[in-house]
Design a protein around this ligand. Structure first.
Ligand code: NAP
Length: 248
């Protein structure tokens, strides 16, 4: 029996990187997958076929997670298309890194909107169908940077710390309805987001990790499968660090 058989998952930002890895693992574990993308239209369309190859139902939606109304419409469409939403993975995120001295209001607002407001938008929208089903698992992609801070990422760190407070509050509010809410804090995961970094910075990062390597999208996806599955039925309000021991 596959771990996510019979479940429908909605994953934001699955055209690339960690979200893409999560979509593949979810399909491998038998979940029907609804996912979003924003600018990577071709990759989004190609992913549908890759997921269907696992014998599950899959559909991609072009939708801005930072847009409240769009999030509501998205969840309505997913419920119409799939009949249910059992798992929400709030994965979509961006960086606009720079020192506070140089950070513009726009760089602050864009990151807070795409990373934090998006989590509010989607979570609020899925609570309706999840309350009806009296079951649900919400998984929010935070970061170790949200726990420990990082120079040059005050906007990003604030968004990721905000996600943790939000995750715990939702767990307290919705636990009695059997809706769970947990966060994952990845460390240094090698994706397009990190490919933009200087090679020397990347080498130093790898070396600073106790397990001596950067994480992969699959490493984060495995933890996400666990939190989405019934194996984690008694776990809510928690932050699971997937960082190779970096934050220890
Ligand atoms: P990535 O490779 O840059 O991919 C980001 C994904 O989010 C893309 O699919 C992108 O879609 C989507 N996206 C961005 N803004 C969106 C929006 N407003 N609405 C809908 N989709 C949007 O990033 P990643 O490295 O996989 O990171 C995924 C998540 O993990 C992020 O929340 C990130 O903060 C977190 N994280 C990453 C690391 C790391 O080391 N990589 C570490 C800790 C936490 P389009 O391409 O279509 O625009």
């Amino acid at each position: 029996m596959k771990l996510l058989e019979g479940k429908t998952a909605l994953i934001t930002g699955a055209s690339r990187g960690i979200g893409y890895g999560i979509a593949l693992k979810f399909a491998e574990q038998g979940a029907n997958v609804a996912f979003t993308y924003l600018s990577s239209v071709e990759k989004g369309e190609a992913l549908v076929k890759e997921l269907e190859a696992y014998g599950v139902k899959a559909k991609g939606y072009r939708s801005d997670a930072g847009d409240f109304k769009a999030a509501e419409e998205l969840v309505n469409s997913v419920v119409l298309d799939f009949g249910q939403v059992d798992v929400l993975v709030n994965n979509a995120g961006i960086t606009r890194d720079t020192l506070l001295m140089r950070m513009s209001e726009q760089q602050w607002d864009e990151v807070i909107n795409a990373n934090l407001k998006s989590v509010f938008n989607l979570t609020k929208a899925v609570t309706k169908p999840m309350l009806k089903q009296r079951k649900g698992s919400i998984i929010n992609m935070s970061s170790v940077v949200g726990i420990k801070g990082n120079a040059g990422q005050s906007n990003y760190a604030a968004s990721k710390a905000g996600i943790i407070g939000f995750t715990k509050s939702v767990a307290l509010e919705l636990g009695s309805r059997n809706i769970r809410s947990n966060a994952i804090a990845p460390g240094f995961i090698e994706t397009e987001m990190t490919a933009a970094l200087d090679e020397k910075v990347v080498a130093d990062w790898r070396n600073s990790v106790p397990l001596k390597r950067g994480g992969t999208a699959a490493d984060v996806a495995n933890a996400t499968v666990f939190l989405a599955s019934d194996l984690s039925d008694y776990i809510t309000g928690q932050v699971l660090n997937v960082c190779g021991g970096m934050l220890t």
